[in-house]
Design a protein around this ligand. Structure first.
Ligand code: PGA
Length: 255
């Protein structure tokens, strides 16, 4: 698959969402322990557990190839925001990245592009990579608005501090998340090509090297096909990241 990756090392990130008690860390440990046996083409691998497990996962992963990410952060570094965590806190707990703008956050918490942009800025301020999620609804796709929506979200959600080392874009069609449905390979390739062009227009050479992940019902059975598409530099995996066996099968699509 190297020919499709523009020299970009792929990233396979697992988003556990609101799943996982301490006992689930055995799944993460199984992933961690399998990584050394992957070949030289192995992607970077990350698990984003709920905030309650961040520091435990970070401490059991320290010194291994498994990276740890948070699922959200507040734009401010500290303050009177009950229940929120800041990017600095996620970093302090051992995260190297944070997901921002996931469609579930946008829907459940009314997060608009400008909030997502502020969260991505906060990630950069704290020294974290921002994994910025974008994607259209089914209605928008049916209306032929996919590229319009995605370009608007890119413009509104990515801060000027973004570069190839601190920013990852995750294209996640909302109708494909947790549904078992995926866009056709042609549709994924078309959207990723449009994202690449948009990133290049705005960020020049860095835009050519930023990772663009696909997310939405990635599973062992479709990973190889989806991850080999042009401008698909890895995956953001929800449900199939909860079991080490499934997540590793997706990671091994790069073997
Ligand atoms: P899914 O979720 O893999 O369960 O579809 C992906 C995501 O929401 O990041």
């Amino acid at each position: 698959m190297a020919e499709n990756s523009n020299g970009i090392r792929p990233l396979v990130a697992g988003n556990w969402k609101m799943n996982g008690l301490a006992a689930a860390l055995t799944e993460a440990a199984a992933v961690r322990d399998a990584l050394p046996s992957l070949g030289t083409g192995a992607p970077e691998v990350m698990i984003c557990p709920p905030a309650t497990l961040l520091s435990q996962l970070a401490s059991t992963s320290r010194g291994s190839a498994l990276a740890v990410g948070a699922q959200d952060c507040h734009p401010s570094a500290s303050g009177a925001h009950t229940g929120d965590i800041s990017a600095e806190m996620a970093k302090d707990a051992g995260a190297s990245a944070v997901i921002v703008g996931h469609s579930e956050r946008r829907a459940d918490h009314g997060e608009l592009d400008r909030i997502v942009q502020a969260k991505a800025s906060a990630a950069h301020r704290a020294g974290l990579s921002a994994i910025i999620c974008i994607g259209e609804t089914n209605g928008e796709r049916v209306a032929g608005l996919t590229l319009t929506v995605v370009e608007r979200q890119l413009r509104g959600s990515i801060p000027g501090t973004a570069d190839k080392t601190n920013t990852v874009i995750a294209y996640e069609p909302i109708w494909a998340i947790g549904t078992g449905l995926t866009p056709s390979p042609n549709d994924v390739a078309e959207v990723h090509a449009a994202i690449r062009k948009n990133l290049e227009d705005r960020f020049g050479a860095d835009g050519l090297s930023m990772r663009i992940l696909y997310g939405g019902s990635v599973k062992p059975s479709n990973a190889r096909e989806l991850l080999s598409l042009p401008n698909v530099n890895g995956a953001l995996v929800g449900g199939a990241s909860l079991k080490a066996e499934d997540f590793l099968a997706i990671i091994r699509a790069y073997a």
